[in-house]
Design a protein around this ligand. Sequence first.
Ligand code: DGL
Length: 265
Amino acid sequence: MSTRPTILVFDSGLGGLTVLREIAATRPDAHYVYVADDDFFPYGHHSEEAIITRVVPLIGELIHAHGPDLVVIACNTASTLVMSHLRTAYDVPFVGTVPAIKPACAQSRTRRVSVLGTKGTVKREYTRALIRDFGQGCEVTLVGSPELASLAERALYGEEVSDSEILAELVPCFVGDPDDETARTDTIVLACTHYPLLLDRLVKLAPWPVDWIDPAPAIARRVSDLLGPQVAARDEAGAELVFTSRRPHDLSRVLQPYFGGRVPA
Ligand code: DGL
C-alpha cells in the first residue's frame, strides 16, 4: 500500500457522508475521494438488475480514474446486491455497508427490533438471510421507507422538511405496547446511510426512546484494519467530491465536517 492511502467512498447521494465522517476521524492519514451517483439517485426506487448494471461498471471507471487503495460502498441499497460482483470484477479491497441486524438483535432487551431502510434494501434476499442467521429469535420488523433518503438530502441542502413528513416514514418502526417498555420496539437499525443525517430529528420525533444502530463506526474500524497501521501524518491536501451528474456544488462549508475538516474540491 502507498504511504498515503486513497479511499474512495461511494453512495447514491450524500448519505455516505455519514460513513465517511467516521472513517476520516479514524484515518486522518488517508486521502478521500467521495463519489455521489446523483444521476441515478435514489437507488431505492430502482430494480435489482438496474442497480447491478449501473454500479458494477461505474465502480470500474472510478477505480481507473482515481486509483484507490480501498473502496467503501457506503450504501445499503447497493451493498446488499453488488459486493460479490465487485470482488469478482476488481482486485481492489472493498468494504460494504449492510443492515446491522446482528448487533441490534444481540443488544435488544425487548426482543423487538425494527430495520429502517429503503424499499429496495428491506426486500433483498441478503437482508432476509441476515435476519434468519442473526435474528436470535427477535421479532424483526422491516420498514421500507420510500422518501426518507430524499428528505435527508433536502435537509442537508438547507430546505425545509416538516416533522410530519419525517414522522410518516418513521412511525411503522414503533411496534408493540406504547405503555409497556418491556413489550415494544427498543432498537432501530438505520439501514440506509442517509438516515443518520437526520438523527437529531428522528430522536426528537420518536414516539418513545429507542437505541438507533448506525453501522458507521464498525465500518471505520474495518477500513482501518484493512489499511494497517497509520504510515503518514494527517492529510492536509483537501479531498475530492464527485457528482456523477457533473453538476457544480456549493456545499463545501456544510460538507467540511463530514470530510474531517478537509475542504472538498
Ligand atoms: N444511502 C443509500 C443506502 O444506504 C440509499 C439511498 C437511495 O439512493 O435510495 O441505502
